[in-house]
Design a binder for this molecule. Structure first.
Ligand code: MSP
Length: 516
């Protein structure tokens, strides 16, 4: 048996200070689509997600909720695990930073950095934002309406003075710039790479990596009173999950370095500057790519708990079904850009592409096969130029989609797939198979066969995006081989195969009341 290539993909691990919303679902969904695509394309995939449970923000949130900190983490982490189920995420692991294995891993990581001479003790005196869990230099701060100082993200900051251990980040300026130069795809999209490069060029200060004014964190080995800065703790989760510090572990051997860390643009600096510097210091290989996607707003407004406009993914799934939710999030916004969520946009996009697009094409075709061809895949006769043309483009679609997926252009992959559904629709309108039933049944069979073949390949290709809808279509057509090697002309539908009575796959949605 040939060895399948390995592919390691990670999501950020989510803070447990808040229940999951659409933004969290979005990042993990993008990873899920990629993970499912890679598995179908023959890769051995490790897809990791989880929760980030330490730090001052979590400690304060638990206190506010009046719940013991660990119990609070357990509760919220559970909600993220429920979201993974509701969204049908195919993650291979769900890691929590309060697990014992992680404590062991990150303490080992710390010791390596220490032994190699990259950690020293001093005092941190500067600005800190608990909401961002980030240190800010004076020059980065903004002024609020009342003259108060704010982080560049708009989060409040406070002055902190405490004994702290520092990581010699300033040593890594040249190596980081060299990394960005030699590996131009290390940060994607390209515009984000420019942002990261100019941040590093602006000069790096050493990074405070321990806190001593509160307790909720991984203890710094051998240093009473210090817990690790939550970001060094959190980033190391990517190593813990594959067996670190045991570098002989089968998973570590297979999956490190990671192929892609998917993140939101808000946390790019941590992944594209601090993380590679930590790894360089520890002498570990670097991940291949960090992809920073954009942010969702809700009907034009920033999504925030205080504005009360958080979009609840559970409610969306309940209202529209999972296929539509997954489709919309991946289709609506060019991946990497910011996007706005609106119910109207949701309904319009889903109706046009799903109910009226692919759903209608499948329903019309399969109903005709069911009624006019004894519920069996018909026997094609000689192919016309139109038949050949549509078959050639569907046979090539797998390669087109693969190219987009490799660049995380999910919207373009989907666009290409649905353009083929539209081409199928045009073909059916031109060929009018319903008229051929009486005039030329042999030609009707050829047309319907061609359409079924288009649907077969479309159904295989939409599996990563809408696994449920794809499975329904593939079940109806009785297709067994659903992996990407079944794409193209080699595994065409077998004439004579019985199909199930077709059922609608995508419902049509009503526009929201105030807009109808
Ligand atoms: N715990 C850190 C990450 C540590 S990774 C080693 C963290 N957690 S978070 O809960 O705040 O999640 C941040 C991530 O959630 C963002 O990077 C982004 O992927 C996603 N999103 C949160 N809100 C979002 C939107 N409104 N829109 C899109 N994604 C956003 O940061």
């Amino acid at each position: 048996m040939t060895k399948r290539p390995a592919y390691y993909i990670t999501t950020p691990i989510y803070y447990v200070n808040d229940v999951p919303h659409i933004g969290h679902a979005y990042t993990t969904l993008a990873c899920d689509v990629l993970a499912r695509f890679k598995r179908l394309d023959g890769y051995n995939v490790m897809f990791l997600t989880g929760t980030d449970e330490h730090g001052q923000k979590i400690e304060q949130s638990a206190e506010k909720a009046g719940v013991a900190t660990q119990a609070y983490c357990d509760q919220v982490s559970e909600r993220f695990q429920e979201l993974a189920k509701a969204m049908n995420f195919s993650n291979d692991q769900f890691i929590r930073t309060t697990e014992e294995r992680h404590k062991k891993s990150v303490q080992h990581f710390w010791n390596v950095l220490q032994d190699k001479g990259f950690i020293y003790e001093d005092t941190y005196a500067g600005w800190y934002s608990v909401r961002d869990e980030a240190f800010y230099a004076e020059k980065e701060l903004l002024e609020g309406e009342g003259g108060e100082k704010l982080a560049p993200t708009g989060a409040p900051v406070e002055w902190v003075e405490e004994p702290s251990f520092f990581f010699k980040l300033s040593n890594f300026e040249d190596q980081l710039l060299k990394l960005y130069e030699t590996q131009p795809d290390f940060v994607m999209p390209k515009s984000r790479m420019n942002e990261v490069r100019s941040f590093v060029k602006g000069g790096l200060e050493d990074l405070s990596i321990s806190r001593s004014s509160f307790q909720w964190g991984v203890p710094v080995p051998g240093q009473d009173g210090h817990v690790m800065y939550v970001w060094i703790d959190a980033l190391a989760n990517y190593l813990t999950a594959i067996g670190y510090p045991d570098q002989a572990d089968e998973l570590y051997q297979k999956f490190w370095p990671a192929n892609i860390h998917m993140v939101g643009k808000d946390i790019l600096r941590f992944h594209a500057v601090y993380w590679p510097a930590f790894l360089m210091a520890a002498g570990l290989p670097l991940p291949e790519r960090v992809f920073a996607h954009g942010w969702w707003t809700n009907e034009g407004q920033k999504i925030s708990k205080s504005l009360g406009n958080v979009i609840d993914p559970f409610e969306l799934i309940e209202t529209y079904g999972l296929d539509a939710v997954r489709f919309f999030l991946m289709r609506e916004v060019p991946f990497g850009n910011d996007g706005d969520f609106s119910r109207r946009g949701f309904v319009l996009t889903c109706n046009a592409n799903l109910a009226k697009g692919l759903g209608n094409l499948a329903q019309r075709t399969l109903s005709m096969v069911y009624k006019n061809c004894d519920a069996q895949i018909p026997n094609p006769g000689e192919l016309s130029n139109e038949d050949k043309k549509i078959l050639v483009s569907i046979d090539n679609l797998g390669d087109v989609v693969r190219g987009h997926m490799d660049r995380q252009e999910f919207h373009l992959a989907i666009e290409a797939i649905f353009a083929q559904a539209a081409a199928g629709d045009k073909y059916i309108t031109v060929q009018e198979p319903w008229k051929l039933r009486k005039t030329d049944p042999a030609r009707m069979n050829t047309v319907l066969y061609t359409l079924c073949e288009v649907i077969r390949q479309l159904a295989i290709l939409i599996q990563p995006i809408m696994p449920d809808a794809a499975a329904k279509l593939l079940d109806m057509l009785k297709i067994k081989n659903r992996t990407f090697d079944a794409l193209g002309p080699e595994q065409r539908l077998q004439p004579g195969t019985s199909i199930d009575k077709p059922e609608g796959i995508f419902p049509q949605f009503e526009l929201p009341a105030e807009e109808a």
